[in-house]
Design a protein. Structure first.
Lengths: 346, 443
């Protein structure tokens, strides 16, 4: 019979706990695993410097973060979505349908995407977008004809590259990094090799040709990584021939294990990325639900703290960790201060 | 007679002797020996894996329990205090004050190495938060010399425990090879030394640029509250369900169906319960995300089948004669169950529960979906009740989070976290074994 008592007390306990749970007092953030490190640095500093509780920052990828962001307005939805790409029209529409209309877009800075391989592996030290496309594209141009990718080794198409098997670990489709990889590397390479032109002359529409360009081979030469960069690093550790796609900050934290390749002759660094010389970079964003400002304590303070010069500026802790500071940070600060939503302001 | 012994009938089988083994027996004995050797080999392989696993966990995880610290004494003036408090990034200001104090101290001590402000910044970790919270709690110490023991940066920590060496160091803005001379000099001067890292056991999670400040404490508390929820929900529900099914329920098609489903439920992958928890508890019932309460509810679902199955097995192991005797002296069905059967089945139920709890304690997959993975366990819960609802992490989720961070220092922390988690699991399993040994009755 003590079980009856036990069960009753357990139920009361959980009911009591549930009733105290109605008001949320800390900011909830989710989204891109590329932005996560920066958001966690800011969240820690925010908890140390303000009287508000430390925000909770989850990972999961840009798309899944924006999906949760667009679930609706209310305390059991997240306040901020981190994204390593711009929000898509489709997502804005999904948001609007769920009642999330005023979204503030905040650009925190830039991140470079680098190609790195095992430090003792073959000499993958210089790539052009065309090399990556020839290695990883599903269909490539060989002797004037579009064929299924026949290349097994890097030297098959460019004798300057080592004669080792093609294995690349690229971010999976739910990562925002993938989109940049497709746009700035595969598509560029596709145009540079002339494959795009050949596709269009063979009767494809331009859109179809672009889609065909960013298709990656499925025969094992290219491996999608859905997890974090640590997973890519583990794969490269196990495979000396592999090359992996990393964020600049991650590479800089692991220079003892990885060596980086130049892209188009430019070595990736915060300097070359901020000047735009290094071609493969992308802006990082977070999106704030305007309807939650004033409801969730500390939300606006957190957003403005994130983009303050002391944090996101060139001498701040975010830059020290590997973020490339945004030269137009003051415009972003003004956007946050005025709570200007997307579309409405511009 | 004689010719019979001279020419034995060819069809007659040869007499076998017990002392001389014939070919077939030898073959059978050899097969048995071989089988035993297979068994020994299987156990040896298993043990080898275990030894390898433990060795690698211990080797990678032990460094997480030590930390490189710097003993520094310095004075914070009232003006510095007020100036720092007026800034937006107050902790950064304290950090600068600290670096400057350290620099002047080093210059006075006349160490024979070249260093600059930047080098010191690379060596110290992120002490700003510690310094600020100390002076906020003890405002009267402003203006008096205070000695601090502050964690050095994770690269320096790596240098002390062998992760970073002079051979493999690559100059980066995190640490330069030339900084190591300064670190060596500081060590000789007794300012920098290794110490046991209590903060790792009691502390909270830290930002990705501060592995030295990361601790498992908050997530241990998170796990504790989850286990409370699991215990107080799954034990009564599971025991009540199995007593009813085993002792009272009629045996018909419906109870068969329920039984089959309970067995099936025990085999459902845990991530499925995570999705269920997200849909039902968070999106439908509106419970807070990242809360140990929700984690506990999800893990309850997962643990229930384990508890029901083990409880039913131990109820069924109580001999029917006990029930018959109780009924025979006039006890009601319920009296016979609660006065006689249940006490005898208790050891089995408890072991089943503890093993179920241990399983739940190590579970990560469902927690991924209800938001307990990421940068969560930064603050301790304020009180007992808010312990259930405040955002927190759990031990396995915290380990998962650390393992996915870029700084190699966190990788070490993840292994250290595994050691603590394993200690908890071993303790729980040991309790289960002791309970079973002490109280189990055989008929």
């Amino acid at each position: 019979m003590s079980f009856v008592k036990l069960a009753a007390s357990a139920l009361t306990l959980s009911a009591m706990a549930a009733t105290t749970a109605t008001a949320r007092d800390q900011v909830q953030v989710a989204g891109s695993s590329t932005v996560l490190p920066y958001a966690s640095i800011v969240a820690e500093a925010f908890g140390e410097n303000f009287d508000f509780p430390t925000p909770v920052v989850e990972s999961g990828g840009s798309s899944s973060g924006l999906k949760r962001f667009c679930e609706g307005v209310g305390e059991n939805t997240i306040d901020i979505a981190n994204a390593s790409r711009k929000i898509r029209e489709k997502e804005i529409k999904a948001c609007a349908e769920a009642g999330v209309t005023d979204i503030i877009e905040v650009r925190i800075g830039y991140d470079g995407i680098v190609f790195a391989s095992q430090i003792n592996g073959p000499a993958y030290t210089a790539f052009q977008p065309a090399d990556i496309f020839n290695a990883l594209g599903a269909k490539v141009l060989v002797d004037g004809a579009i064929v299924d990718n026949p290349h097994q080794q890097w030297a098959d198409f460019n004798s300057d590259l080592p004669a080792s098997d093609i294995v690349a670990f690229i971010p999976g489709t739910k990562h925002g990094t993938r989109e940049v990889f497709e746009d700035k590397v595969l598509l560029e390479g596709c145009e540079a090799t002339g494959a795009m032109e050949a596709m269009i002359t063979s009767g494809m529409s331009e859109d179809d040709a672009e889609d065909a360009c960013i298709d990656v081979r499925q025969d094992g030469g290219s491996v999608d990584i859905d997890g974090d960069y640590t997973e890519t690093l583990a794969r490269i550790d196990a495979n000396p021939n592999g090359i992996g796609v990393f964020g600049l900050a991650f590479y800089e934290n692991n220079t003892d294990k990885l060596k980086v390749a130049t892209m188009g002759g430019v070595a990736p660094s915060t300097e070359t990325i901020s000047t735009g010389e290094y071609p493969v970079s992308r802006p990082l964003f977070f999106y704030v639900k305007k309807a939650h400002i004033g409801v969730i304590p500390g939300l606006k303070e957190f957003a403005s703290f994130f983009v303050a010069d002391e944090l996101a500026g060139p001498d701040g802790p975010l830059a020290a960790y590997g973020l490339v500071a945004d030269p137009e940070l003051s415009a972003t600060q003004a956007t946050v201060a005025a709570e200007t939503p997307m579309g409405g302001g511009s | 007679m004689t010719d019979a012994s001279m020419t034995p009938a060819p069809a007659k089988p040869k007499r076998s002797s017990l002392s001389v083994l014939d070919a077939r027996t030898r073959k059978r004995n050899a097969a048995e020996t071989r089988f035993r050797m297979y068994g020994v080999a299987a156990i040896a392989v298993g043990l080898l894996f275990l030894v390898f696993l433990f060795a690698s966990i211990l080797r990678s995880g032990i460094p997480a329990f030590t930390q490189t610290v710097m003993d520094i004494e310095f004075v914070l003036t009232q003006e510095q205090f007020e100036e720092a408090e007026s800034k937006m990034l107050k902790t950064g200001e304290y950090q600068k004050i600290f670096v400057n104090a350290l620099q002047s101290q080093l210059e006075e001590s006349g160490l024979e190495v070249a260093f600059d402000n930047k080098a010191i910044e690379r060596i110290v970790g992120k002490p700003g938060g510690t310094i600020r919270s100390y002076f906020l709690e003890n405002p009267d110490r402003v203006g008096t010399p205070v000695s601090f023991e502050l964690a050095a940066s994770s690269r320096v920590d790596g240098y002390f425990n062998g992760r970073v060496t002079r051979e493999n160091i690559v100059d980066s803005r995190f640490l330069m090879a030339s900084d190591l001379d300064l670190v060596d000099a500081l060590e000789e001067a007794g300012i920098i030394h290794g110490a046991f890292n209590w903060n790792f056991i009691t502390g909270t999670d830290s930002g990705v640029d501060n592995p030295g400040g990361a601790g498992l404490g908050a997530s241990v508390i998170g796990s504790f509250f989850m286990m409370l929820v699991v215990l107080f929900l799954s034990l009564p529900i599971g025991v009540a369900a199995s007593i009813y099914l085993e002792e009272f329920a009629p045996k018909n098609r419906w109870t068969d169906l329920i039984e089959v489903n309970i067995s099936n439920l025990a085999a459902v992958p845990s991530i499925v319960f995570g999705i269920l928890g997200l849909a039902v508890f968070i999106q439908f019932a509106g419970l807070p995300q990242s809360a140990p309460l929700v984690g506990g509810l999800v893990l309850t679902l997962m643990t229930l089948p384990t508890i029901i199955i083990s409880t039913r097995a131990s109820l069924a192991a109580v001999p029917p004669s006990i029930r018959d005797a109780a009924l025979g002296v006039g006890a009601s069905k319920m009296q016979s169950v609660f006065h006689h059967v249940l006490p005898l089945a208790m050891p089995g139920i408890l072991t089943g529960t503890i093993i179920g709890l241990a399983q739940a304690l190590g579970e990560t997959a469902p927690l991924l979906l209800i938001g307990m993975v990421g940068f969560v366990a930064r603050e301790y819960p304020e009180g007992f009740l808010s312990g259930f609802t405040d955002a927190n992490s759990a031990m396995p989720a915290q380990i998962y989070t650390w393992a996915s961070r870029a700084d190699p220092g966190f990788y070490e922390k993840a292994w250290g976290g595994i050691i603590i988690l394993l200690l908890f699991l071993i303790t729980m399993n040991a309790i289960a074994v002791i309970l079973r040994r002490r109280f189990e009755r055989r008929w």
